[in-house]
Write a new protein. Structure first.
Length: 289
């Protein structure tokens, strides 16, 4: 008997219908199915009961199914990785770079997972530590699958960001912002800012400045055992964004520390993706009207 947890985008009735239908199919097989529906950025509802996202425990789940777009997938990843649960992404978004399964492929993909025949990729994530008294204690450490971005706040001004690598002072950037991306996120904001594309199964991170002013405009690729700390230098504040979600304002002196997380994110793939396939899909999708 297997346990499958569905996590559903709040605004997609078709995603909820698919989760309900698939859950009935699973229970008919003798398996256990849970349906959680996101009700806000940090809230989920199960059987009509609304709870904080941090209270959700996926321990004992064999596979977590994300039904939505990239945003839903990223939130599911944070929950699933804590319990070492693989994530199967079903795309209900406009493009959906991360969830690569269509709604009609769910049952077949679930059968592969439950029978031990699924292709499961291990992707590295970033463990992000925050040293800033203005950020609540309950978000002092977070997980990023795509990227960490420290950006300017004031229009028409840059923010100064001083980096330290493995405890040694490195570069100070005067820029619109600084991106610390995973290989998975290297084809997202990092690519738009002129950064390199990394093979998604690498264990590494890439640092890319956004519109640097009289600063080095090249990216730095770091190994998985290295650590980068970014300090917001006087006299301007910044803002911290992780995987597209604004975490909070950063005061001068705030330090964001990023390192490759010890445990990988496990992602179920309908078929193994070659690097060439990923490149064609990502680059051609960017050219759609």
């Amino acid at each position: 008997m297997a346990t499958v947890t569905f996590l559903v985008h709040p605004g997609r009735a078709d995603a909820l219908a698919l989760a309900t239908d698939t859950a009935e199919w699973l229970t008919g097989r003798g398996d256990v199915a849970r349906i959680l529906r996101f009700s806000g950025p940090d809230r989920v509802a199960e059987a009509g009961v609304d709870v904080d996202l941090g209270a959700v425990d996926l321990t004992g789940t064999d596979v977590a199914v994300s039904l939505g777009g990239d945003g839903t997938f990223l939130r599911v990843v944070r929950l699933a990785t804590q319990a070492d649960v693989p994530v199967l992404g079903v795309n209900f978004g406009r493009i959906g770079y991360l969830p690569d399964l269509g709604p009609d492929q769910v049952r077949g993909a679930l059968l592969k997972v439950l029978e031990g025949r699924a292709a499961i990729e291990e992707r590295c994530a970033l463990e992000v530590s925050i040293s800033d008294r203005s950020i609540p204690d309950d978000v002092s450490t977070l997980l990023a699958l795509n990227e960490v971005v420290i950006e300017k706040i004031d229009f028409g001004h840059t923010v100064r960001l001083a980096t330290t690598i493995d405890g040694e002072q490195a570069l100070t950037y005067s820029a619109d912002g600084l991106i610390v991306a995973t290989p998975t996120g290297s084809t997202a904001y990092n690519l738009s800012a002129g950064g390199p594309i990394l093979a998604p199964t690498l264990r590494a991170m890439v640092i890319t400045p956004v519109a640097p002013h009289f600063s080095l405009d090249r990216s730095l690729v770091l190994a998985d055992d290295q650590c980068v700390a970014v300090e917001v230098a006087p006299d301007r504040s910044g803002v911290l964004v992780i995987d597209g979600q604004e975490i909070g304002r950063l005061q001068p002196g705030a330090v964001i520390t990023c390192r490759v997380a010890q445990h990988p994110v496990r992602v179920v793939r309908n078929e193994p993706h070659t690097f060439g396939t990923i490149l064609r899909f990502r680059l051609l999708a960017d050219r759609e009207p």
